[in-house]
Design a protein around this ligand. Structure first.
Ligand SMILES: Nc1ncnc2c1ncn2[C@@H]1O[C@H](COP(=O)(O)OP(=O)(O)OP(=O)(O)O)[C@@H](O)[C@H]1O
Length: 235
C-alpha cells in the first residue's frame, strides 16, 4: 500500500512561518492530527492536498517525488476542506457528478458510485433535493461523500465531522475506519471522540512542527505522562 512521505515541509506567509519543517509518514490507516488554533494544521493539510505550494521540503507519494508535479497525488486524493460546501442549487447527486468531472473520473463510474456513497452518509433519501435546503450536518455529509468518489488512496479530512449528531458521527467513524483499510487517511479534528474511535496513530502540531507522535488516548494527558506512568498513577 502506498505511503505519503512528508519531508521537512516549510510554508511561510509573510513573516509568519506556518510550517517550520514538518516530517511525517502517512501509511495505510488513520493518522489523527491535533494541535491548538494556529498550530498549522490547515496549512499542512492544504499543502498535502496540493492547494498550497510549500516554500521548501518534499512530498513523496508511492516513492515518487510529487512536490513540483502534484498530478499523481491529485489523482488519488479525496479531500474535505475545513470550510466551503456544495453549490446550494445542486442536488447531492449533481454535486457528486460535478466533483467527479472535476476529478476527471469516468462519468459512468461516478454515476454507479453515487447511490452507495449517498447511502454511506445516510443521504440516500435526499439525493434529488437541493443542498441549499439541507441542515449543516447534512451538507457536511455531502462533502464527506464527494471526498470518497473514486475510492481515493489518500483521504485528507479537515474537521470533517463538525455538526454531525451522535448517530451520524458513529456512521462517519465506521465509514472512515472501513476506508482506512485500503487508504492513508489524515484526520484533523478537535473532536477527541473521533480520534479515539478511528485513529491508528496520533500526531500533534505545535508552532508549525510535529512535537509528539503517540497514541490517541495518551494525547489527552496534559503533562504528557507515558502510558506506564498513567497506569501506575491509577493503581
Ligand atoms: N493565508 C494566510 N495568510 C497569512 N497567514 C496565514 C494564512 N493562513 C494561515 N496563516 C497563519 O499561519 C498560522 C497557521 O494557521 P493554520 O490555519 O494552519 O492553523 P490551524 O492549526 O489550522 O488553526 P485552527 O485550529 O484555528 O484551524 C497562523 O499563524 C495563521 O495566522
Amino acid at each position: 500500500m502506498p505511503t505519503l512521505e512528508v519531508r521537512d515541509l516549510r510554508v511561510r506567509f509573510g513573516r509568519t512561518e506556518a510550517l517550520r519543517g514538518v516530517t511525517l509518514d502517512l501509511p495505510t490507516g488513520v493518522t489523527g492530527l491535533t494541535g491548538a488554533n494556529g498550530a498549522g494544521k490547515s496549512t499542512l493539510i492544504r499543502t498535502l492536498a496540493t492547494l498550497q505550494r510549500p516554500g521548501a521540503g518534499r512530498l513523496i507519494w508511492d516513492g515518487q517525488d510529487v512536490t513540483r508535479r502534484p498530478g499523481p497525488l491529485r489523482r488519488v486524493l479525496g479531500y474535505v476542506p475545513q470550510e466551503g460546501g456544495a453549490y446550494p442549487h445542486l442536488t447531492p447527486t449533481e454535486f457528486l457528478q460535478y466533483m467527479g468531472a472535476a476529478k476527471r473520473l469516468n462519468a459512468r463510474a461516478v454515476d454507479a458510485q453515487i447511490p452507495a456513497l449517498l447511502d454511506a452518509v445516510n443521504l440516500g433519501g435526499h439525493a434529488h433535493r437541493p443542498v441549499g435546503t439541507f441542515s449543516g450536518g447534512m451538507a457536511r455529509r455531502v462533502l464527506i461523500a464527494q471526498a470518497l468518489l473514486g475510492d481515493p488512496r489518500l483521504l485528507i479530512l479537515d474537521e470533517p465531522s463538525v455538526g454531525l449528531d451522535a448517530g451520524e458521527r458513529l456512521r462517519f467513524q465506521t465509514l472512515i475506519r472501513e476506508h482506512a483499510r485500503r487508504a492513508a487517511v489524515l484526520l484533523v479534528t478537535h473532536i477527541r471522540e473521533d480520534l479515539d474511535a478511528t485513529a491508528d496513530r496520533l500526531l500533534t502540531l505545535e508552532g508549525g512542527v510535529i512535537v509528539r507522535p503517540g497514541q490517541p488516548h495518551l494525547a489527552a494527558a496534559p503533562d504528557r505522562t507515558p502510558l506506564v506512568g498513567l497506569e501506575i498513577a491509577r493503581a
